[in-house]
Design a protein around this ligand. Structure first.
Ligand code: ADP
Ligand code: MG
Ligand code: MG
Length: 896
C-alpha cells in the first residue's frame, strides 16, 4: 500500500523528493536525537495526486487519522480537546526551499472551547487568547484567502485603544475581544464562520498548503529559479510548542556561520515571548542571538551544542529555527543554509581544515558562477547616493563613467582615455565597438537576454538593462529620469550590474581582491591577502590538479593574451584576425576588393602583410611556449567596406555637384559602390565568409599564413618559443579544407625555403556548420585539430540568427519552456550537442590523436563546460576574464 504519510522518525535527509526539504530535515533531526516536537509529513506524492486529479488520494484522510491518533497517544492529549487541547502546526515544505512563497498555519486545534481549556491547563489566559487570535488570522489569510490588512487594521485598532504600539501591550481581555473581531472579519470576508471542528481545520489547512503550490507568486518564483513545476509540496503536521508563553519563552533563527562572510560564530536573531513567524515579520525589534546567553544561559548552551551537532552531521553551514518554551529548547527546522559567493569559498576551506570534508567535496561546494561574482568590482555601499532608477541586473559589476548616447562617441571618448557608460534605448550589433569601449551599458528597454545584456555578459562589461523609468533622448543627447532629473552627455553615471541600480555621479568602488590576486598583484600568503583570496587560491589549485580539460582563452591582442595567461590560460584557443583589417587598413581592403589585376591585388596584400605579421608577433610573444590558434579571416568582406546607403548618397551628391576637381574621387567611389552592391548579401551570416572568402579571393589567406610564418620565424630567431596553429573557419566540406590547405602548405613551404626554417604549425578547422559535424570523419583526414565554434553551430543548427532572435522572441521562448536557458548561453546538449558527439566520435575514429577544443562563448559557461568534459574534449577556450571560472568548473566536472 502506498503510504502518503510518514512519521518524522521514519524519514531522513535524503528523502527530500518525497518529504520535501523541511520534512526530510525534521526527520533527520528527530533521528539525531535533537528535541524536535513530534509530527508527521504528508508526502509530495499526495500533493501531486491532488494537483493532477483535483482530489486527494482516497487513502489520505485515513492515513492522516492514524498518524494523528499515534501523535495524540504519544502526547497524551487530543487534537482540540476542550479540556487539554493538542495543537499542531501545518507547514508547507517543497523539495527546494521557496522562501516566503508557500504557506504555514500555526495553532490548529483551537476553537471557542479549547481556548478555555488551554488557558486553564497553562494557567495563562493571555497566552491562550494570543494563540487563538494568531490561528484565526493565519487561517483566514492562508486558508480562506482574506487580505492581511483586514486583520492588521483590527490589531492596530486594538493597540490604539489600549494606548500601546506593541502586541505585548495587549492583555487577555484585549486579545479575546480581538478574536471576536477577527472571527467577524472571517465571516464577512469568506461568507462562513471560522470552522470550529479541529479535524476540519486540519483538513482545510492541508488542502490550502497543497493549493499554495500553484499560487501566482510560487509559480513566478519557480520560473525564476528553474524549479520544475510538477514537484508539488509536502505538508508537515507538527505538535505546537509555544514561544509566546512569557518572558522565559521565545523564538529565533540561527546560522552556524556568518552566511555573508563565512566566519564561524553565533549569528541569528531572537525574540522573547513570540511565535516563530514574529521573528521575520519584524513586528518587534529582535535581539542578536548572542543576547540569549544572558537571558537564558541553559537554552543558549543547548542551542550551541545542537548547532555544532548539526554542522558536524550535515558537514555544512546550517540555518536553524528554534523556539524556547518555559526555558526548554525545541528545534523546529534546519537546512543547509544559503550563502554569498564569498562565504561559499571561505566555508568550504574552513570545513576542509576542520576535517569535515575532503578537498574534492570542498570543490563541489563552490561554483564558477560564484567565482565570477567575486571577480566583479563593487560599489562601496556606504558611499552610494540615492538611486536615479533601477533596471535589471543583467551583467554584474560596478561601472562609472561619462554618459554617452552612441557608440561612435563611446569609442572616441574612450580612445581619449575617458571612462564612459554607453546609454541606449537598446543596443544592436552596431554597438559592439561602443560596448567594448565602455565601462558599462545602460538601456531603458530589453530584458536579461537583450543584446546589451548578452554581449555585456560575454565581454565582462557591467550592464543594467530595461531601466524603464529612464527616457533616452538620442537626438537631444540626454536622458530624462524621474523627478525631473536630466542627464546630459558627459555627465557622470554609475551603474551596479549586481543590483540593477543607477546612480547619478561617481560612486566609489572597491576593487575585487580576487581579480588582483589573479592579476598577480596580490599574493595569497602576502600581508594584503585575506581568507577569501586564500580560499579561492586553494580551491582553484585543487581544480587544476583534478581537471582533464585544458583551458585556453579567446584573445586577439598581446594585451589580452598576457592577461589570459596571468589568469591561468594554457594557450589561445581563438585569435580572431578581423579587427586587424579595420582602421587605417580598411583602405587596403578596399583596394583588394577593387583590384582588377593580380598585380593590384598583390600590392594591396603586400601592404597588409607586415602589419599582420606585427599583430601576430605581439600575441605569439605574449603566449610564448603555448599554442596560439589563429583563425583566418572569417566575416564577410563587406563588413570592411563603406555602408551601402552612405556610399550611394555620397556618389549621388557628388554626381549632382559634378565638380571637376572631384572627378577622381567620384570614379573611385563609383567603382567602390558597384563592388559594395556586388558583395551585398541578404543574409551575410550564411554568405561569402570564412573559407569561402579565402577561396574566392586568392592570396588573402595566403597572406595571413605568410604573416604567421614570418612572425614565428622572427620570434624563434630571438629565442622565443612561438607556437601558432592555423585554423580555417566555416568549413562545410572536406574539399574546401583540402583546397585551402594546399594553398597554406605552399606558402609555408615557400617561407621555409626563404628562411631555411620549417614551420610545423598544425592546420585545423572550426566545426561550426552541421555539415562539418556530419562529415567530420572526412574532414579529419585533412585537419590536425577541430575547434567547435558553438555560436555559429548553434545558429546554423537552430536556423536562427542570434542578433535577430534574442531581442525578438527569446523571452517568450523562455516563458514557454521551449528552452530552459538561451542556447547561446548554455549549450543545447540535445541538438547541437548531438552534432558535437558525432563529430568527436567520427573525427577520432579517423585520427585518434585529433586535438579537439571549443572556442564559442559556451567555453566559459559552467553547465556547458561539464558537457564538454563529458564529451572528452581536450580543452575549452573562453574570454580571458572567464578563464578562472573555466578552470574551476573543469575541475568540478572531473570530480563528478
Ligand atoms: P517557513 O517555511 O515560511 O519558514 P515554517 O513552516 O517554518 O514556514 O513556519 C513558520 C514559523 O512558524 C517558523 O518560525 C516556525 O519555526 C514556526 N513553527 C512552525 N511549526 C511550529 C510548531 N509546531 N511550534 C512552534 N512554532 C512553529
Ligand atoms: Mg521556516
Ligand atoms: Mg564562427
Amino acid at each position: 500500500m502506498s503510504s502518503y504519510v510518514w512519521a518524522f522518525a521514519e524519514g531522513g535527509k535524503d528523502l527530500k523528493d518525497l518529504l520535501g526539504g523541511k520534512g526530510a530535515n525534521l526527520a533527520e533531526m528527530t533521528n539525531l536525537g535533537l528535541p524536535v516536537p513530534p509530527g508527521f509529513t504528508i508526502t509530495t506524492e499526495a500533493c501531486r495526486v491532488y494537483l493532477s486529479t483535483g482530489t486527494q488520494p482516497p487513502e489520505l484522510a485515513g492515513q492522516i487519522d492514524e498518524h494523528l491518533a499515534e501523535l495524540e497517544r504519544v502526547m497524551g492529549r487530543r487534537l482540540g480537546d476542550p479540556a487539554d487541547p493538542l495543537l499542531v502546526s501545518v507547514r508547507s515544505g517543497a523539495k527546494f526551499s521557496m522562501p516566503g512563497m508557500m504557506e504555514t498555519v500555526l495553532d490548529i486545534g483551537l476553537n471557542d472551547d479549547s481556548v478555555r481549556g488551554l488557558a486553564r491547563v497553562s494557567g495563562d489566559e493571555r497566552f491562550a487568547w494570543d494563540s487563538y487570535r494568531r490561528l484565526v488570522q493565519m487561517f483566514g489569510t492562508t486558508v480562506l484567502g482574506i487580505a492581511d490588512e483586514d486583520f492588521d487594521d483590527a490589531l492596530d485598532a486594538a493597540k490604539r485603544a489600549r494606548g500601546t504600539t506593541d502586541d505585548l501591550g495587549l492583555g487577555a481581555a484585549d486579545l479575546r475581544a480581538l478574536v471576536d473581531t477577527y472571527k467577524a472579519v472571517v465571516a464577512r470576508r469568506s461568507g462562513a464562520e471560522f470552522p470550529q471542528d479541529p479535524r476540519r481545520q486540519l483538513e482545510m489547512a492541508v488542502r490550502a498548503v497543497f493549493d499554495s503550490w500553484n499560487a501566482p507568486r510560487a509559480i513566478t518564483y519557480r520560473r525564476q529559479e528553474h524549479i520544475p513545476t510538477d514537484l508539488g509540496t509536502a505538508v508537515n503536521v507538527q505538535v505546537m510548542v509555544y514561544g509566546n508563553r512569557g518572558a522565559d519563552s521565545g523564538s529565533g533563527v540561527a546560522f552556524t556561520r556568518d552566511p555573508a562572510t563565512g566566519e564561524p560564530g553565533v549569528y541569528g536573531d531572537y525574540l522573547a515571548n513570540a511565535q516563530g513567524e514574529d521573528v521575520v515579520a519584524g513586528i518587534r525589534n529582535t535581539l542578536p542571538l548572542a543576547e540569549l546567553e544572558r537571558l537564558d544561559p541553559t537554552s543558549y548552551r543547548a542551542l550551541l551544542q545542537n548547532m555544532a551537532t548539526l554542522e558536524r552531521h550535515y558537514r555544512d553551514l546550517c540555518d536553524i529555527e528554534f523556539t524556547i518554551e518555559h526555558g526548554r529548547l525545541w528545534m523546529l527546522q534546519t537546512r543547509v543554509g544559503k550563502r554569498t559567493a564569498a562565504a561559499a569559498f571561505v566555508i568550504a576551506c574552513q570545513l576542509l581544515d576542520d576535517g569535515l570534508i575532503d578537498a574534492d567535496e570542498a570543490l563541489r561546494r563552490v561554483t564558477g558562477a560564484q567565482l565570477a561574482q567575486l571577480m566583479f568590482p563593487r560599489f562601496d555601499a556606504d558611499a552610494a547616493p540615492k538611486t536615479l532608477a533601477t533596471g535589471m541586473n543583467a551583467s554584474p559589476g560596478a561601472a562609472t563613467g561619462a554618459a554617452v548616447f552612441d557608440s561612435a562617441t563611446a569609442v572616441a571618448r574612450a580612445a581619449a582615455g575617458e571612462r564612459v557608460i554607453l546609454v541606449r534605448r537598446e543596443t544592436n550589433p552596431d554597438d559592439l565597438a561602443g560596448i567594448i569601449a565602455a565601462q558599462g551599458v545602460l538601456t531603458s528597454r530589453g530584458g536579461r537576454t537583450s543584446h546589451a545584456a548578452v554581449v555585456a555578459r560575454g565581454l565582462g562589461r557591467t550592464c543594467v538593462c530595461g531601466a524603464e523609468d529612464l527616457e533616452v533622448d538620442l537626438a537631444g543627447r540626454r536622458m530624462l529620469a524621474p523627478g525631473g532629473v536630466t542627464v546630459v552627455e558627459g555627465e557622470l553615471l554609475s551603474i551596479d550590474g549586481t543590483t540593477g541600480e543607477v546612480f547619478l555621479g561617481e560612486v566609489p568602488v572597491v576593487a575585487s581582491p580576487v581579480v588582483r590576486y589573479f592579476d598577480g598583484e596580490l599574493h595569497p600568503e602576502g600581508p594584503d591577502s585575506d581568507e577569501l583570496v586564500r580560499a579561492v587560491h586553494r580551491l582553484l589549485a585543487h581544480a587544476d590538479s583534478r581537471r582533464r580539460l585544458g583551458v585556453r582563452a579567446n584573445a586577439d591582442t598581446g594585451q589580452d593574451a598576457a592577461r589570459a595567461r596571468r589568469f591561468g590560460a594554457e594557450g589561445v584557443g581563438l585569435c580572431r584576425t578581423e579587427h586587424m583589417f579595420l582602421g587605417a587598413r580598411r583602405e587596403q581592403v578596399e583596394r583588394l576588393v577593387l583590384a582588377d589585376s593580380d598585380a593590384e591585388r598583390e600590392s594591396a596584400l603586400a601592404v597588409l602583410l607586415p602589419e599582420q605579421r606585427d599583430d601576430f608577433v605581439m600575441i605569439l610573444r605574449a603566449m610564448a611556449g603555448r599554442p596560439v590558434t589563429i583563425r583566418l579571416l572569417d566575416p564577410p568582406l563587406h563588413e570592411f567596406l563603406p555602408d551601402l546607403t552612405d556610399l550611394t548618397v555620397r556618389v549621388a551628391l557628388a554626381e549632382q555637384r559634378a565638380e571637376p576637381a572631384e572627378r577622381a574621387t567620384l570614379e573611385r567611389d563609383r567603382a567602390l559602390l558597384s563592388a559594395v552592391r556586388r558583395l551585398h548579401e541578404q543574409n551575410p551570416m550564411l554568405g561569402l565568409r570564412g573559407v569561402r572568402l579565402g577561396l574566392a579571393i586568392p592570396g588573402l589567406f595566403g597572406m595571413q599564413v605568410r604573416a604567421i610564418a614570418r612572425a614565428t620565424a622572427e620570434l624563434r630567431a630571438e629565442g622565443v618559443d612561438a607556437r601558432p596553429e592555423i585554423m580555417v573557419p566555416l568549413v562545410g566540406a572536406v574539399q574546401e579544407l583540402d583546397s585551402i590547405v594546399e594553398e597554406i602548405s605552399a606558402v609555408l613551404a615557400e617561407e621555409a625555403a626563404r628562411t631555411g626554417v620549417a614551420l610545423d604549425a598544425p592546420i585545423g578547422t572550426m566545426i561550426e556548420l552541421p555539415r562539418a559535424a556530419l562529415t567530420a570523419g572526412r574532414i579529419a583526414q585533412h585537419a590536425r585539430f577541430f575547434s567547435f565554434g558553438t555560436n555559429d553551430l548553434t545558429q546554423t543548427t537552430w536556423g536562427f540568427s542570434r542578433d535577430d532572435v534574442e531581442g525578438a522572441f527569446f523571452s517568450r521562448y523562455l516563458d514557454l519552456g521551449i528552452f530552459p536557458t538561451s542556447p547561446f548561453e548554455t549549450i543545447d546538449a540535445e541538438g547541437v550537442g548531438r552534432l558535437i558527439r558525432i563529430a568527436v566520435g567520427e573525427g577520432r575514429t579517423v585520427r585518434p590523436d585529433l586535438h579537439i577544443g571549443i572556442c564559442g562563448e559556451h567555453g566559459g559557461d559552467p553547465a556547458s563546460i561539464h558537457f564538454f568534459h563529458d564529451q572528452d574534449l581536450d580543452y575549452v577556450s573562453c574570454s580571458p576574464f572567464r578563464v578562472p571560472v573555466a578552470r574551476l568548473e573543469a575541475g568540478r566536472a572531473a570530480i563528478g
